[in-house]
Design a protein around this ligand. Structure first.
Ligand code: CTP
Ligand SMILES: C[C@](O)(CO)[C@H](O)COP(=O)(O)O
Length: 255
């Protein structure tokens, strides 16, 4: 049976941590929303998905990585209502549309994009962060193959390699956190994107979870709450999420 698969790229964040803002590292997140590109120039203060990596916006790299797999019929990029950069960043890319349906959280952006896409319940959707431009084609292929072969949803993820410590308190002023104890790492994985599910199931799970809940940091979390067990598919170190200021330089080396 022919299966329909589309991709959603949530790209409505402001990238506060990349500006050293809203985090323990200090800075000014408001600068990210300061306005449209000045005569087509791209600045360091834009939302991180529009910052240039090797001369091209990060979002463009992320979308092109998805377009490498012909099984993805369309890439739908969800941007903020005030967005002034998507059109230029995505110009000329095939099978790609952008929609101003971004919400106040990642989960709400994804839910709005799902509703906007008008998919059938049995269609498949793959959600990929704009902040992961290093997605390798073989990892993407592995995820789609695994989900379709098993007929279940899944996500790319990496087994934890380091020893894991539980801090005594929620992230405090670095470097003063104290260790409470170490955590066995054998069963721990770090979730990446893409994450791929049947559209109807994901929409229902996000709605049931209350997509604005702080606990819903990825699609798999919502599916787990709804009783599903997404499959873990080996991701890639290259597919890390550009989050902190130093990540831009590191990602440029990979690309
Ligand atoms: N309201 C939001 C928040 C985030 N995202 C998107 O979700 C992805 C992963 O989020 P993250 O890396 O945390 O991006 P930001 O939220 O922009 O970063 P920060 O938390 O540092 O502000 C990004 O592609 C981001 O644009 C979104 O579409 N809508
Ligand atoms: C979806 C995600 O990239 C999986 O690791 C991650 O949960 C996004 O989290 P963030 O808090 O929006 O960075």
């Amino acid at each position: 049976m022919h299966k329909k698969l589309i991709a959603i790229v949530p790209a409505a964040g402001i990238g506060a941590r990349a500006l050293e803002a809203g985090s323990a590292r200090g800075g000014d997140a408001g600068a990210a929303l300061a306005g449209a590109p000045d005569g087509g120039s791209w600045s360091q203060s834009m939302p991180k998905q529009y910052r240039l990596l090797k001369g091209e916006p990060m979002l463009r790299w992320a979308v092109r990585a998805l377009l490498a797999d012909e099984r993805i019929a369309q890439v739908r990029v969800a941007v903020a209502a005030h967005d002034a950069w998507a059109e230029q960043a995505l110009a000329g890319l095939p099978r790609t549309v952008w929609r101003p349906c971004g919400g106040p959280s990642r989960a709400l952006t994804v839910l709005a994009a799902l509703q906007d896409a008008g998919l059938g319940a049995g269609d498949w959707v793959l959600v990929h962060d704009a902040a992961r431009p290093g997605l390798p084609a073989d990892a993407l292929r592995r995820l789609i193959d695994s989900c379709w072969l098993s007929n279940s949803g899944g996500l790319l993820a990496q087994p934890v390699a380091d020893t894991v410590k539980l801090a005594a308190a929620a992230r405090a002023v670095e470097p003063l956190s104290l260790v409470q104890h170490s955590v066995a790492r054998e069963r721990l994985w770090l979730a990446q994107t893409p994450q791929m599910f049947q559209a109807g199931r994901l929409r229902d799970a996000l709605l049931a979870a209350g997509a604005s809940s702080a606990a819903i940091t990825d699609e798999a979390s919502a599916m787990e709450l709804a009783g599903y067990a997404p499959c873990l598919v080996r991701g890639s170190a290259r597919n890390f999420k550009v989050t902190w200021p130093e990540d831009f330089e590191l990602m440029e080396r990979w690309l």
